[in-house]
Ligand binder design. Structure first.
Ligand code: PGA
Length: 238
């Protein structure tokens, strides 16, 4: 693991954004693994200002709520209205708001739009993920891989805990509207990426990041599996 302390969130976002831009300029058919959450927003902001052509780049998101998957109309491919988010809290809506409305990619995939067990095959068929962006939860989760997830997990459906459902209910009109499940890339799916950026912004992530990077490799802290990845950079800032 290469661990880099950044001066600021802006610095962190620029380092990752510039590298993605550089790699796309060398390989226009790059495959990106994308994450939602507050941490990658700065990277997406940078990419929105890029003059590099992303139109041959394909993207795979880490996770999506079950029932809120985007709908794609293949007849409108490349045109307005091609992908329709089902809900403002869907991760597809988030990606539209923070990236896709301004940066045009060849195609963007979300787990759950096909059977979860074919998502990994779809990634393989596209040549695998070249660069995977990851955030980390304060309990050490990566994507929806909560503590206890096995190292060899592929894309799968997870039941959200009562806690997560309660926490997320503030974003919905009522708690009954909160999805009870999500589809997530598994640990093995993530480990197959050729390069990984693990990003952490803020003091509240410091403890867990230290455990993930320097502690035992354990399913109690799913991010600790990343220690075994051959090409991973961890960028963090206070
Ligand atoms: P955050 O979420 O980027 O909003 O901190 C990260 C995560 O929980 O995976």
């Amino acid at each position: 693991m290469e661990i880099i302390k950044c001066k600021s969130y802006r610095d962190l976002s620029l380092q990752v954004g510039i590298d993605i831009e550089y790699q796309v300029s060398r390989n226009s058919k790059l495959v990106l693994g994308l994450a939602t959450g507050s941490t990658p927003k700065g990277v997406y902001e940078y990419l929105k200002s890029s003059t590099v052509d992303f139109s041959e780049v394909r993207t795979f998101n880490l996770d999506e709520y079950v029932g809120l998957e985007p709908e794609f109309n293949s007849r409108l491919k490349g045109k307005k209205g091609y992908g329709v988010p089902k809900h403002k809290q869907s991760y597809y809506y988030f990606m539209n708001e923070h990236l896709f409305n301004e940066v045009k990619f060849k195609r963007s995939f979300f787990p759950g739009e096909s059977q979860s067990d074919t998502y990994d095959s779809l990634i393989d068929a596209c040549g695998g993920i070249d660069i995977q962006i990851l955030g980390i939860g304060t309990n050490g989760h990566i994507a929806f891989n909560e503590p206890g997830t096995s190292r060899d997990s592929l894309t799968h459906v997870v039941d959200l805990t009562e806690n997560t459902i309660k926490d997320n209910s503030r974003f919905f009109d009522s708690i009954d509207e909160v999805p009870k499940q999500a589809t997530t890339m598994g640990i093995e799916s993530i480990m197959r990426a050729k390069q990984i950026y693990l990003l952490a912004n803020g003091k509240h992530k410091k403890d867990i990041l230290e455990k993930a990077c320097y502690g035992d490799i354990t399913s109690d802290i799913p991010a600790s599996y990343l220690q075994e990845h051959k090409n991973i950079k961890v960028l963090y800032c206070d």
